[in-house]
Design a protein. Structure first.
Length: 395
């Protein structure tokens, strides 16, 4: 029951969650040990069989040290079926603060014997754009609250540096694990593997059929489904819907429980301090999705405004008195500066948007009252985060 509590219980519930006329039919997916388990992958008309053979896991397996996280930044091919029990090791000099595996870090991620653990089957890691990754991650956290799972394996949480290095980044490189765990029990603790506690798991694979596992429980909803569930949740629809609108765990994350890794936060704070010195300490953010890939993106095409000049004009007209003295523009400049084919229908607009961006950075907005700035790969180029420009720049 608990291991499969995320499954749809009725055909009507499935339809309400997917907004499509699906049939509820038995299906399966293979686990690292090859056993068949219930899954949640769906396609129109039926929920089909998804199979991944044991050979796939063997083919992409790695000889791991005691610290799987340490190797994660070095390859985009790291498998998800390795969760080693972490042991003490000085944090490597090329790794940021708050990462594996000092004595203090090991104490922070030590699992509680009297708490339930959930295993996130996440072979690919979180992928797609950073915000899409975070929506899927939030859905997973909401499921842990719904099922009273008190902790989850930290080494299962990895994020793709999409449009940057395209490599996987450990969760600990991006986020402050100690701060997150301090919010337990409102949020699930992020923990390491312990054979005396996680008796249905050997650190690599399940010892029992995954549907019977309770130490840890198994969670196999794929990311694209988690993303869809989050979107419905924000409209108070679907399986994660909350009567009051937002779940307390979601609010905690947005109010600071999910904050940057301590070293990354130092870079951000030092940059903002330098930026605002002598000019007022206030800033606002405009996340304009006007990069070439977003202009072409079909979602909400009829409602999108992709002309940067018009967006700036709208801001100035809507707020005659500028809300802040600085405007942060997180944007994929590299994508905008890439030369597009001459027959690309968006080439002219992309060029005009780049001109508008450069003009805003140079002369500001609101008649020069508001200084505009970018923060991303260029600022972090001489830091430990230089290799992950897209994600750390977005964060």
């Amino acid at each position: 029951m608990y291991a499969r509590s995320y499954m749809y219980s009725t055909e009507s519930e499935l339809r309400s969650d997917t907004n499509k006329n699906y049939k509820l039919t038995p299906h399966a997916a293979s686990t690292p040990n090859g056993s068949e388990i219930p899954s949640t992958r769906a396609i129109p008309d039926t929920i089909s069989v998804s199979t991944e053979s044991v050979n796939h896991f063997k083919k992409s397996s790695y000889e791991m040290s005691t610290i799987s996280e340490r190797n994660t930044p070095l390859t985009s091919e790291l498998t998800s079926n390795v969760i080693t029990k972490p042991t003490y090791m000085e944090v490597p000099p090329d790794s940021p603060k708050g990462t594996c595996c000092s004595h203090h870090f090991l104490e922070i991620i030590k699992p509680f014997a009297n708490e339930t653990t959930v295993y996130l089957e996440n072979e690919r890691g979180f992928y797609s754009g950073f915000q899409n990754q975070m929506m899927a991650f939030t859905s997973f956290i909401l499921w842990t609250r719904k099922n009273n799972w008190g902790q989850t394996f930290i080494f299962k949480l990895r994020h793709k540096d999409t449009y940057g290095s395209n490599m996987m980044i450990p969760f600990t490189w991006l986020f402050d694990v100690e701060h997150w765990n301090s919010h337990y029990p409102a949020l699930p603790r992020l923990v390491g593997y312990d054979s005396s506690i996680h008796t249905d798991f050997d650190g690599n694979k399940f010892k029992v059929p995954i549907e019977n596992a309770t130490a840890p429980f198994a969670f196999t909803i794929p990311q694209h489904r988690l993303f869809g569930q989050y979107r419905r949740y924000t409209r108070q629809l679907g399986l994660l819907a909350e009567p009051k609108g937002r779940h307390e765990a979601d609010l905690l994350m947005k109010r600071g429980a999910l904050r940057p890794n301590p070293e990354l936060l130092e870079f951000i704070d030092s940059f903002l301090e330098t930026l605002t010195k002598g000019g007022g300490g206030s800033y606002m953010t405009l996340h304009a999705r006007i990069e070439p890939d977003m202009i072409k993106h079909p979602v909400c095409r009829d409602r999108k405004v992709t002309n940067f000049t018009k967006i700036f004009e709208y801001l100035e007209n809507t707020f005659p008195d500028p809300p802040a003295s600085h405007l942060f523009l997180p944007i994929g400049r590299r994508l905008m500066e890439q030369k597009l084919p001459e027959d690309d229908p968006h080439a002219t607009l992309v060029g005009e948007n780049l001109v508008a961006l450069n003009r805003a950075i140079k002369t500001g907005l609101w008649g020069g009252k508001v200084k505009c700035f970018e923060f991303g790969s260029e600022f972090l180029k001489d830091t430990k985060y230089a290799g992950y420009s897209a994600t750390t720049g977005a964060w």
